[in-house]
Design a binder for this molecule. Structure first.
Ligand code: GYE
Length: 320
């Protein structure tokens, strides 16, 4: 008897550990209550993502609990806490920044709620796909940066003074879009980034930052913006400074929103790499597959298109 107790305790401890190491299970149900933790709603891309998630949940007859981080990682961490407290079946997390939201994933896991990280990723050294959350669904941001660079190298014939408008600091798209672009232009010595600063993925900050950088670098000939909204802000700043966007200064960005396609048609924006925000169907199908016991890849990468003058008009009507 004396001997039995420690063995039983050890077995108990072991099973608790084993349960902790695995991903939380998801029961098969006729309907679900899911949580969607959005980062902010400051641009058309974000609104299209929310609409896609809400639309797909509605189509399936599921309840979706929506939270809005309002541009604050701290607020989004408490949003995840609240989704855990509301005992949702699964959480779809669009993490504003890589590091601060990673512990939130671990908390949900501990509470037995499977997490699907969508749109942006979390820091893999803290929370790992396939171990701490089911999968990451989104675009390849490094590839997006590379594609923007490839276009710019051609459009400028390999010679340009570039201003880079970065996305929100600490977010995976800002980190990776910078990495991909930088890697690619390294091989073209005529391309020089004269300034690189965040415009926080918004049109107005993109405009303000561009205004300030134009004062210091009036000889700029190209802009690489990490999203369309900042590119559109830069266009306004360039015009206010008496420059002709698309001629004096060549601009490339990422997303593929409606206003950007219109700017391409108008000759002001050169090109935009698509980053598809319509996650709803893919994300919820992955969740159902997971509930059905199917093996889910740890990364589900979106295939993105590319928009320039050759296809902007044809793509306008279906854009967001
Ligand atoms: O490019 C931007 C948005 O996380 C991929 O965030 C997304 C980016 C997108 O605010 O417009």
């Amino acid at each position: 008897m004396k001997r039995f107790i420690p063995i039983a305790l050890a077995a108990l401890a072991f099973s608790a550990l084993a349960a902790d190491a695995g991903l939380p299970k998801l029961a098969k149900k006729a309907t679900y209550k899911i949580g969607f933790a959005q980062t902010e709603t400051n641009n058309p891309w974000r609104l299209a993502l929310t609409a896609s998630m809400q639309g797909e949940a509605k189509k399936r007859g599921w309840k979706l609990v929506y939270t809005n981080g309002n541009g604050s990682a701290a607020k989004q961490v408490s949003d995840v806490d609240s989704l855990i407290a509301q005992k949702v079946d699964a959480i779809f997390l669009s993490p504003r920044e890589e590091k601060p939201l990673a512990p939130a994933v671990l908390k949900a896991k501990k509470a037995g709620i499977p997490v699907f990280v969508i749109d942006r990723n979390v820091d893999q050294s803290i929370a790992k796909a396939g171990r701490d959350y089911v999968t990451f669904i989104g675009s390849d941001f490094i590839l997006e940066g590379q594609r923007a660079a490839d276009w710019l190298i051609k459009a400028t014939k390999g010679t340009a003074k570039i201003i880079e408008l970065e996305g929100s600091l600490g977010s995976s798209p800002a980190n990776d879009r910078k990495t991909g672009f930088d890697e690619r232009i390294k091989g073209t010595p005529g391309l020089e980034i004269v300034a690189s600063q965040t415009g926080n993925f918004t049109r107005d900050e993109g405009r303000q930052v561009m205004e300030a950088l134009l004062q210091a670098h009036p000889d700029v000939t190209a802009v690489y913006a990490h999203n369309d909204e900042m590119a559109l802000g830069a266009i306004t700043a360039l015009e206010a400074a008496g420059k002709v966007p698309g001629k004096d200064v060549i601009i490339v960005s990422i997303d593929g929103e409606k206003d950007a396609l219109q700017a391409i048609i108008d000759g002001k924006l050169g090109a935009t790499v698509e980053c598809n925000p319509r996650f709803g169907p893919k994300a919820m199908t992955a969740m159902v597959d997971y509930a059905n016991g199917k093996k889910i890849a740890i990364k589900l990468t979106n295939d993105d298109r590319f928009f320039d003058i050759s296809n902007a008009k044809a793509s306008l009507a279906s854009s967001y």
